[in-house]
Design a protein around this ligand. Structure first.
Ligand SMILES: CC(C)(COP(=O)(O)OP(=O)(O)OC[C@H]1O[C@@H](n2cnc3c(N)ncnc32)[C@H](O)[C@@H]1OP(=O)(O)O)[C@@H](O)C(=O)NCCC(=O)NCCS
Length: 144
């Protein structure tokens, strides 16, 4: 599936349902990503990921599973699919950022072979409360 196969409204709707601590991305923002030649998506409106591949590096821009469909292995499957697709597009390494307090996502990424490689202090704004550090995680895509 490419970004063009998924409606920006569906992506925004799932994103808003999944992300309750931070500002959800709008349909307009997803529509702009559709225009970006370096980006692609995998999944469907239940669970999807958006990835950018530039100069041999793949960045996971976002991943979200609608709360009605969480804990059914959808994100794990989407993670495997985007890594394989990024490798086919020439990416040798993948990286992502995740909020320090996002236990489910950190567990997901760790179980998918990502390891912590850095930290961005006070990176994420929250609807309420102090900003939260971002953990940078990376992995080689050779074995993905
Ligand atoms: C993180 C998220 C994408 C996981 O989606 P999911 O489809 O429910 O994940 P899966 O069912 O594929 O789970 C795969 C693994 O991730 C980990 N995991 C997922 N949800 C978890 C939770 N609530 N608590 C602890 N570990 C969790 C587990 O290791 C799980 O494996 P297991 O079920 O065998 O224990 C989903 O919780 C979500 O959309 N969260 C809000 C958005 C978000 O935080 N995105 C990431 C931003 S960096």
């Amino acid at each position: 599936m490419t970004l063009a196969d998924m409606a920006p409204d569906d992506m925004a709707s799932t994103h808003a349902a999944a992300f309750n601590q931070s500002r959800p991305w709008t349909s307009e923002e997803f529509a702009l990503l559709i225009e970006d030649q370096f980006c692609f998506a995998v999944g469907d409106p239940r669970c999807f990921a958006v990835i950018r591949v530039v100069a041999g590096e793949a960045e996971l821009l976002t991943i979200a599973t609608h709360p009605d469909h969480q804990r059914h292995g959808l994100a794990r499957e989407v993670m495997a699919r985007w890594q394989a697709a990024a490798f086919r597009r020439g990416a040798e390494v993948a990286f992502l950022e995740v909020a320090r307090d996002n236990g489910p996502a950190r567990a997901l990424y760790q179980s998918c072979g990502f390891v912590e490689s850095g930290m961005r202090r006070a990176y994420y704004a929250r609807k309420t409360g102090p900003r939260v550090d971002a953990i940078v995680m990376t992995r080689s895509l050779q074995q993905a």
